[in-house]
Structures are given as structure tokens and as C-alpha cells.
Design a protein around this ligand. Structure first.
Ligand SMILES: [Mn+2]
Length: 506
């Protein structure tokens, strides 16, 4: 979606997520200014029980002179809004943003995609901040980015959303960090106004009363009511304790519990844990290392009656660990006596010989809808594009054994489903971006590939032989597959892809 597509609407409401953070305010404000510039009747709003309290957000609002512009509305009491609601740094319909009934809806966000059916959507999950996304969209429109205050706000949005820029890995984030002109002195003040004295006391008291569970190395802290952003600061701190691999900090609100999750081991993604905690009683999500969520009190009480909240978090997190089987493919011995033999159908797929598009030795990120894959171009590396556009890597020799190469261009083959985000390869040397699908050709599986497979009945995380840093998650109903010619090539195939790709051998 392009920003200019939204110009046909009027009036417009730009809405941040509830209890907005700096990224939501900065990106929302930049969009608001864009609409103002185009003479739209536009409002800039956020919800959540409380008005913004956090010190640096108040300073930011003051700096941008938007104290009278940014409206806090607890809930929408009027009739359906006749214009367009644009949610920024969140997705219309998701749990972290109060619903404003509206005739038209648009989404601009950088979190994992939660909401599927909104046509006017720009959701780019790989980005460190929504500010980056807005910066990119404004540049595409040729919008004048000379406004130092907007730039400073956007920079601060990226700064706060990437753990003080320490978690930047996306080239777009890097571009903005390196290219944008901002007021450094303002950033220094903002980043050093993270706590109020009251909050210092809340955080200090909370930290004294941690609960630690050595078996799975997690710690839980219950804090008093405070700005939800403080939960993140406490959990960032808590995670840095050597004994702690997963940190959960929460507090109670009349409507439920707000919690923040931090993780630092590759077996546990924070977004997954956060969403597991809230399953059926709220919502949770975020990024691999940082996430959060909200549990609704009414649903919690209906399900757990008067279970102590400390006890709830403890049992829920233990359940999370019990629910998963972790498989390290390179040392895994699959029990193939319980599996059945399948052969790969003669299906079309895409492929690119890596060294044809980048020099050997180039460190790259392959960006796909499913996430990023980090690897290095080698003499025998082959990028494969599966039937749903999912990307994985292969080795030349194995590839040639299992597939027949053709001259058909990948994009011109109608048999292949094209994903909404066409995979790209980002060189980590110079930030250049190559559209993988434009270089891909079609290959046809020779049918020689045979696997043993069985349906799984619990959640599985696999560190495959090829990606040892991040796991591939499987859910009950998916298939666990082992190649017959390589017992350590173990992977998960989603149920619907499985039946389109493999057929049972008699
Ligand atoms: Mn954000």
C-alpha cells in the first residue's frame, strides 16, 4: 500500500495502539502531518485506560508541540466513524488497540501479521520500528523530510523499539539510522528521561520481589500499577541476570493483566511465549527477543477462578516448556519405525544458484514472509522457493540429485503460488537488495526424493541441519519428515503443503 492511496479519504483518524510508546507516537505523528499537509480533516488519537504518563513520552509530546493534538479517548462512544481509521504500530482489530468502528480502515505496522482481511495494509514485519516503515513510505511519496522534529521523533521511535539501536539488523532500519538528520541533544534528553522518581521506586520495589524458577530458568516479577512501558524496562533489566533466560514482568489493571516478556535463548522466542501465555484469555506477541501481552480479567476469572496470578504465570510457563519437543536435527535419531514412506511429487518449484547473483563469501539475509534466514553465499549454495513462496537453502549436489532445472522463469509460471511478499536477498556487505523471485527459474522434482514422515501430535521446534540459530515450529497435524538419504535432514512440513508435495509409496 502507498500512503497516497489514503488521500482519497476524508475525514481521517490516525490511531496509535493503546498505551502508546514512542514508536507509535512518532510514526503516527509523521502520518498525521502528511495528511495535514494534504489539507485533510485529520485527528490523532490513542486509547487505553490512562492518559500517557511516561516521562520521556511527555517530553516528546512537548517537544513536538502536540499536547493539544494527540487526543486520549478511553473508548469510542459515537456512531460509526464515517471516514478512514489508520492504525499505526498496531493492526486494526488486534487486542492491543481499542476498536473505533469505522467505514474504512487502514493498517501501517511492523509487527507480525495478525490481521489478514484489511485491504489497505502495509505490514512489514521485518522492520525494527514502525517509524522506519513510515519514513520509507514518506520517502516513496517524495514527502519533505526536512522537518527536524519529525525526523527526531522517528529516530527516537527506532531507538526505543530496537533496544537502544542494539537490535537493528534490517537494512531499512540501518538506512534510516544512518541517513536521517535529527537533533542529537534532544535524543540524549529523551533517552535519559525514561523513569520518573515514582517509577524508580516502583521498579526498585518490584525487583526486590522477584520469583525465580531454576528448572526452566525463568523469573517473574509483579509490579505495581505503572505505565506499561516500565514493565519493559524492568524485564530488560531482569533478563540481564545470569541465571535468567526468560523474564516476565506483569501488573494488574482493573480490566486484566499487562505483561512483558524477554528471552535470550534460541529455544524460546519471546513472541511465541507471550502468545502462549494469553491463549484463550487475551493476546500476546511481539518480536523474537521482546514481546508482551494482555490478559482479560473476565476471561481469566471464568477460567481460573481465584488462582493466584503468580501461580498462573508459573504454571503457564511450565506448561509452555512441557508442550514443546525441541529437536536438534544434526544429533537427532528419528524413530522411522513409526513413519511411513513418501515420495516427492513432480511439482514445480523456484531455484536460484546463489553464486550467480552474489559473490562467494557474501553474508546475506534472505527475507521471506516467514522470516529472515541468515547465511553466506558459498560455491554450492542454492536458494529454493517452495510452492507457497517459502524459501529454504539447498546444496548444489543434493539439489541436482533431486531436481531437474528448466529455463522457465519463476514469475511466469502460473502453477506456482506467489507469496504477497516476494523473497529478497539482502547483502550484509553493502545493504543492496536483490529480488530473488526475479532471478529464479523453475525446477521440477525428479521424484527421486524419498522421505519417511509421520504426523506430529505435539508442538515441535526443530533446529534443522541448515539453520541452527532459529527454529522451525510445527504444530499438531503437521508432518515430521526425514530424508531417507540423510537421516539428519529432519524438518517440518505444514499439513496442507505436505499433501500437495508428497505422495505415499505403496
Ligand atoms: Mn513499534
Amino acid at each position: 500500500m502507498k500512503l497516497s492511496q489514503l488521500l482519497e479519504y476524508d475525514p481521517i483518524i490516525v490511531q496509535c495502539h493503546d498505551n502508546p510508546d514512542a514508536d507509535a507516537i512518532a510514526s503516527g505523528y509523521a502520518i498525521y502531518e502528511y495528511f495535514k499537509e494534504h489539507s485533510k480533516n485529520v485527528r490523532f488519537v490513542y486509547s487505553g485506560r490512562n492518559a500517557i504518563q511516561k516521562s520521556n513520552l511527555l517530553l516528546l509530546i512537548n517537544y513536538l508541540k502536540i499536547g493539544d493534538v494527540l487526543e486520549h479517548i478511553e473508548e469510542w462512544k459515537d456512531d460509526e466513524f464515517e471516514g478512514l481509521v489508520v492504525t499505526v504500530d498496531c493492526q486494526y482489530g488486534a487486542g492491543n488497540v481499542t476498536r473505533i468502528p469505522a467505514k474504512y480502515v487502514a493498517i501501517i505496522d511492523h509487527h507480525q501479521k495478525e490481521i489478514e482481511n484489511v485491504e489497505l495494509s502495509e505490514i512489514v514485519s521485518g522492520l525494527g520500528s514502525c517509524s522506519t516503515l513510515v519514513w520509507r513510505m514518506l520517502r516513496e511519496e517524495g514527502f519533505d523530510l526536512d522537518d527536524i522534529k519529525i525526523n527526531t521523533a522517528l529516530y527516537f521511535g527506532l531507538y526505543t523499539d530496537t533496544n537502544s539501536l542494539s537490535e537493528i539488523n534490517n537494512p531499512f532500519d540501518k538506512d534510516m539510522r544512518d541517513m536521517i538528520a535529527y537533533e542529537k541533544s534532544v535524543i540524549i534528553i529523551l533517552r535519559n528521561s525514561n523513569f520518573s522518581l515514582d517509577e524508580l521506586e516502583i521498579a526498585g520495589n518490584a525487583m526486590k520481589n522477584y520469583l525465580y524458577y531454576p528448572k526452566n530458568r525463568f523469573a517473574v516479577i509483579k509490579a505495581k500499577q505503572c505505565d506499561p512501558n516500565i514493565l519493559g524496562l524492568i524485564s530488560d533489566f531482569l533478563l540481564q541476570v545470569a541465571e535468567v533466560d526468560e523474564a516476565i514482568v506483569y501488573n494488574e489493571w482493573p480490566g486484566g493483566f499487562k505483561y512483558s516478556v524477554r528471552t535470550c535463548v534460541k529455544e524460546v522466542h519471546a513472541d511465541e511465549l507471550a502468545s502462549f501465555i494469553a491463549e484463550g484469555i487475551g493476546s500476546g506477541g511481539g518480536h523474537i527477543e521482546k514481546a508482551g501481552g494482555f490478559i482479560r480479567r473476565d476471561l481469566y476469572e471464568a477460567k481460573f477462578k481465584d488462582l493466584d496470578t503468580e501461580e498462573f504465570f508459573r504454571t503457564r510457563i511450565d506448561e509452555y516448556f512441557d508442550t514443546f519437543e525441541v529437536i536438534y536435527a544434526s544429533e537427532y535419531e528419528a524413530d522411522i519405525s513409526k513413519m511411513e514412506l513418501y515420495a516427492k511429487k513432480k511439482i514445480h518449484q523456484g531455484f536460484v544458484i546463489a553464486k550467480d547473483i552474489l559473490p562467494i563469501g557474501t553474508p546475506v539475509i534472505v527475507r521471506t514472509l516467514e522470516g529472515d534466514i541468515e547465511t553466506e553465499v558459498s560455491d554450492d549454495l542454492v536458494f529454493m522457493i517452495g510452492i507457497k513462496g517459502e524459501v529454504y537453502t539447498n546444496h548444489r549436489e543434493k539439489f541436482e540429485r533431486s531436481y531437474q532445472m528448466t529455463d522457465i522463469e519463476y514469475l511466469s509460471d502460473d502453477e506456482l503460488l506467489k507469496p504477497e511478499y516476494l523473497p529478497t536477498v539482502h547483502s550484509r556487505n553493502d545493504g543492496s537488495v536483490i529480488d530473488l523471485s526475479k532471478h529464479a527459474h523453475v525446477c521440477i522434482s525428479s521424484g527421486a526424493t524419498q522421505i519417511c514422515a509421520c504426523q506430529i501430535d505435539k508442538r515441535v521446534k526443530i533446529f534443522t541441519k541448515w539453520y541452527t540459530e532459529t527454529y522451525m515450529a510445527g504444530k499438531p497435524g503437521d508432518y515430521l519428515a526425514v530424508r531417507t538419504d540423510d537421516p539428519h535432514d529432519v524438518y517440518i512440513v505444514e499439513r496442507d503443503i505436505f499433501f500437495r508435495t508428497y505422495e505415499k509409496m505403496e
